[in-house]
Design a protein around this ligand. Sequence first.
Ligand code: AMP
Ligand code: MG
Length: 191
Amino acid sequence: MLPQHMPQLLVVDLEATCDADQRIARAAMEIIEIGAVRVDLDSLEIVDRFQSHVRPAINPRLTAFCTGLTGITQEQVDAAPWFAEACAGYAAWLAASFDGPAWASWGNYDKGQFEQDCGRLALADPHAGLSHLNLKTVFAKALDIRSCGLAAAFRHLGQEMVGRHHCGLDDAVNIARLLALAPAFAAEVRR
Ligand code: AMP
Ligand code: MG
């Protein structure tokens, strides 16, 4: 599954501005949290974590729906860096700690959202040069089930998520935990 043997995997989960009934169009959604963990694929342990909230520019006021979903408050995004600065901080963390070749997320949403936010500001995507692994698809294949959400993946295993679902960092931690909780999943990722 990975392009070459790699001792570490980067797992990323983003949160973005949103409203009920998609009243914020997909093209106008903006990242409000970057959560990421590096996982040692030999021990399946999380070896490093990154979290940054991000101040949105198009829709600077979070909806009650968004805060209810993600737990991210208006005060947190008001105090956070704009995307260009947050993205530079994330890129610096990656450059200092991760040498690829792949990053991963649950589904393809996070990849598209990162490309959208970087494209809007003509920023270099920090994942340029890395291939992307859709762990939702890999999990479904490994366990021979239909692809499902993260919470459903935990229910399937009879396991509990830790932290708060829809917090970017906690989601990234939980995605990474699935590797240790489902050996067939880890084997498929390593393949
Ligand atoms: P997640 O990683 O599942 O927490 O979702 C990432 C982002 O997708 C969220 O921050 C929202 O912007 C959007 N999103 C997720 N679930 C919903 C939902 N039920 N309704 C509207 N937007 C959602
Ligand atoms: Mg999330």
